[in-house]
Design a protein. Sequence first.
Length: 401
Amino acid sequence: MRLLFVVQRYGPNIAGGAETLVRNYALRLSERGHHIEVLTSCATSYADWADAFEPGTTLDSDVVVHRLGVVAPRNNARFGPLHQSMTNPTGPTSRYSPTIATEWMQAIGPSLRGLESWLIENAPRFDVVTFSGYLYSPSTMGLPAVSGLVPTILQSVAHDEMPLRFPVMRRLFDHPTGFNFLTEEERDLVIQRFRPSGIPAVFGAGVEPIPTSLPSDVRARFEIGDAPYVVCVGRIDPAKGMHELASYVREYRRRRDSDLKLVLVGSEIHPVERDGHTIVTGFVDEETKWALLSEATVLAQPSYFESFSLSLTEGWRCGIPSLVQGRNDVLRGQVNRAQGGLAYENFAEFDAALDLLMDDPALRQTLGESGRQFVSRYDWDEVLTSFEGLLDDVVAAFARR
């Protein structure tokens, strides 16, 4: 098939779950014989969407990548108060104003030069157009523009957050021919909120196999030493729960005079409080990430907002038990289905769960092995075969319209 993916950022060094998912789909579907193109921005940072690449067309392996320049970098002095007024559940009801909500949708960005005209002109060249992420302008502006021209799929990557409740969002979810949901919880959330007519399919994201050769020096390189450690992979941002996790581990350690360390693997968007037991590696290559996972005692996933946790499944690939934010339905659902870890909703539960895991090696092994068996359903061949089935279904459904 001829397939187009539309995503807000794209590239090998882009840190972001939706963006990484799209690139993996694009490269792997190309290897399976599909013709793949991507439409994206020239930005690398979601903080301001400033152009970092030149507009135009390039190749990523055999994937054709079209980049459109941003109209202007995001004005965060203007966007910040607007976003706060829209997302504060106890504040004014500005989110119910279509005018203000539309202004917010445009302000969140990235606003791309000629997006709709490019799509209207080029979309008919493709069998299916897939949009990634419900939140950003390439989807909110692009998908409604072409949903009547070609079969479309939305990988919404949605979780229970205030923007999903904006009435103006219904316009987006009414349009796709089909949906590629990552978890049952994401599917149920979207169906309950919007009752969309598009075909709902759930098959998660592919998980890479562990590299055959891993560096053996990660403990020395990051000054971890011989101590056991909890690892957490992802963007170091309060919205991801990283700072709360760091305070929880610090208090756990203080109460027990423990040498347990916390290793945070990812880009530090907002600095986290350092001490001799909290280690921030920064962005690392894949081999280093897998080495840090394989050496860990427990993997923590503290995020309140997830549609699918790739780091959780990667930890299970390594046979590592998990400790997850229980107020996130997606994470609790993943852990319950995998029987691969424990969930917590406050410090007392975190403290008790981590104590149980640290004191019981047999339990850690049982949970980790259960997770390892569960994650086999996310092998890339399985995921891509399911996606190809969805492609066939949306083409057939669009033809019946």
